[in-house]
Design a protein around this ligand. Structure first.
Ligand code: ZN
Length: 303
């Protein structure tokens, strides 16, 4: 296996990064975060989710965030939705280019996350993708808890592969494999990405890692070596799932970009702009963020 010379990054800080934060972030600051990401080179951004504001108060301003999105033809704005109602809300804004659906690999987590069985979540995800296509947009899907479940423990790889095959029928632009609770390891990641690639070779694989146990960057490397072409990451390493006990932050965008660019894999993102964005976001959140690279001196030394 060889790593490719370029991959695509998908910025998830405005949604996954913020959704678990107790302090409500102002809509203007969310838009500023999106502007920082664009300035750093992000061209795919998960900007919000259209979910029940009682369940996820941080995302209650989804429509207002969409209204403030910069007018950019070259940026794909993604809205995460859990059901047809959320899909209709997202499409009604006129600003969402792509719907992101979520199917969950286990019944217990699917129930906690979206009140469905695992099979039910596959059917709803297919419906969401169909709604996006009917509206002239694109749809993609992420398989949550692909590498382990907070309630059921180990997740059989065959289950995730079978879900990918079923989801592929809806023609998503990609299938994401998410380590929602950050329990995966590189050997497991390499094996699952390879199996999904083999089962649905016509659909690109995206990966989504949380760094709960420090394996995030190793998992990114294993995933792209196994053929994943898009990597989710969050500026500063913010993130977590309100419905997954103990979930911690996403892999930090600047840490992934440092690792990959130094290793000769182009990401399209500018590291120093990302480090500035980390420092800005740390001021908004009033704490030092988990990402490592932004705490370290620049390397190599700037001329
Ligand atoms: Zn996540």
């Amino acid at each position: 296996m060889m790593v490719p010379d370029q991959i695509e990054m998908l910025e998830v800080s405005p949604r996954d990064g913020l959704q678990n934060e107790k302090t409500l972030v102002a809509t203007a600051d969310k838009i500023a975060l999106i502007e920082h990401a664009i300035a750093a080179g992000s061209r795919r951004i998960e900007v919000t989710s259209f979910v029940n504001p009682k369940a996820v108060p941080q995302m209650a301003d989804a429509e207002a965030v969409c209204e403030g999105l910069p007018e950019r033809d070259d940026v794909t704005y993604i809205g995460l939705v859990m059901n047809a109602r959320g899909a209709m809300r997202a499409l009604a804004t006129g600003r969402i280019d792509q719907l992101g659906a979520v199917a969950v690999a286990t019944d217990s987590f699917a129930m906690a996350n979206q009140g469905q069985t695992s099979d039910g979540s596959v059917e709803v995800a297919k419906e969401i993708i169909a709604l996006s296509q009917a509206a002239g947009k694109t749809g993609q899907v992420t398989i949550g808890a692909s590498f382990g479940c907070p309630f059921e423990g180990e997740v059989a790889q065959d289950r995730v592969v079978a879900m990918a095959v079923a989801l592929a029928d809806a023609s998503p632009v990609e299938i994401g494999l998410a380590d929602t609770i950050g329990v995966g390891n590189p050997a497991q990641v390499a094996a699952l990405v390879a199996k999904v690639r083999a089962a649905v070779p016509h659909i690109p694989v995206r990966v989504h890692f949380h760094n709960t146990r420090g394996t995030g960057l190793a998992n990114v490397w294993a995933a792209i070596e196994a053929g994943a072409v898009t990597v989710d990451a969050s500026i500063g390493g913010l993130g977590g799932c309100p419905f997954a006990p103990g979930a911690a932050g996403n892999v930090s965008t600047e840490d992934v970009v440092y690792m990959l660019e130094r290793a000769g894999v182009r990401t399209g993102l500018d590291l120093s702009t990302l480090v500035s964005a980390n420092h800005w976001l740390g001021e908004i959140m009033q704490r030092t963020l988990p990402g490592m690279v932004a705490k370290a001196p620049p390397f190599p030394k700037q001329a």
